[in-house]
Design a protein around this ligand. Structure first.
Ligand code: IPE
Ligand code: IPE
Ligand code: MG
Length: 247
């Protein structure tokens, strides 16, 4: 066989992260810049979330976790908490059809029961309705805090040990991860934060051990497919080492 007839070496596989986490930040500043109420910033933020979900599915990302409401966000003024929970309930109602159509499976991580029984029920119904979605796994982190999640896992494990159904020696990283809200899901490869802030704000603390971070100077309501594409390009150029010496 002549050299020319040799099959070309396959191109390096596109490095698409299996799991992307997004700290959707900047709704308040977006609203302030326009002189409109913060609630409108959050509403525009929900629309940006929709664009991001579609773009993630298009890009072939398997898992997308959107940080929508933190454990600490309960400490915001009651009016803002009310606006955010009302928006979330409306979103659950209006989006389920679109998610099903787009093959998106929705799961909520975080302390959903803190939103009250009705909302927790609506969340469970949306999860059930989208359970067959196989194109994109979408997690929405609601009343989510990494420390609260880790403490809850430790509490459950302690209970099992106290009951005698688990030995302290059996508690390792694998077992511990199985008690988190993300049990059975891949760790995030890439975490994106918008709005220019460069902190993790209690997002996926355990799971982010070897995540790559991309900080983008865009307010969340302005986020679109081009921003996600830029973050994915940035990720594709990173060399991940996991503490191991390469070469
Ligand atoms: C992100 O936007 C949404 C939530 C945290 C609920 P912010 O409301 O934090 O907006 P900024 O950071 O004040 O601009
Ligand atoms: C992080 O944003 C939480 C969410 C995006 C839901 P915050 O706006 O609450 O974080 P801080 O207060 O700037 O750290
Ligand atoms: Mg913020």
């Amino acid at each position: 066989m002549s050299a020319a007839a040799k099959p070309l070496a396959p191109a390096a596989p596109a490095r698409v992260p299996a799991h992307v986490g997004v700290i959707m930040d900047g709704n308040g500043r977006w609203a302030a810049a326009r002189g409109v109420p913060r609630a409108l910033g959050h509403k525009a933020g929900a629309e940006a979330a929709r664009r991001c979900i579609e773009a993630a599915a298009e890009a072939g990302i398997g898992w997308l976790t959107l940080f929508a409401f933190s454990s600490e966000n309960w400490q915001r003024p009651a009016e803002e908490v009310q606006d955010l929970t009302a928006l979330m309930r409306a979103y659950l109602k209006t989006e389920v059809g679109r998610l099903v159509k787009d093959g998106v499976r929705l799961r909520v991580i975080g302390e959903r029961e803190r939103f009250g029984e009705d909302t927790a029920r609506a969340i469970a119904a949306a999860e059930a309705a989208t359970a067959a979605g196989a194109r994109l796994n979408l997690n929405i982190a609601l009343s989510y805090g990494g420390r609260a999640e880790i403490a809850a896992a430790a509490r459950q494990i302690a209970r099992r040990v106290a009951e005698g159904s688990l030995l302290p020696e059996e508690v390792d990283e694998r077992l511990f991860g199985g008690f988190l809200g993300t049990a059975g899901m891949p760790d995030p490869d890439l975490i994106i934060r918008t709005s220019g802030e460069k902190r993790i704000s209690n997002f996926l603390l355990w799971q982010a051990a070897y995540a790559e971070f991309v900080f983008q100077d865009v307010l969340w309501p302005d986020y679109g497919a081009a921003h996600l594409a830029a973050a994915l390009d940035d990720f594709a150029a990173r060399e991940r080492r996991y503490g191991v010496r390469l070469g």
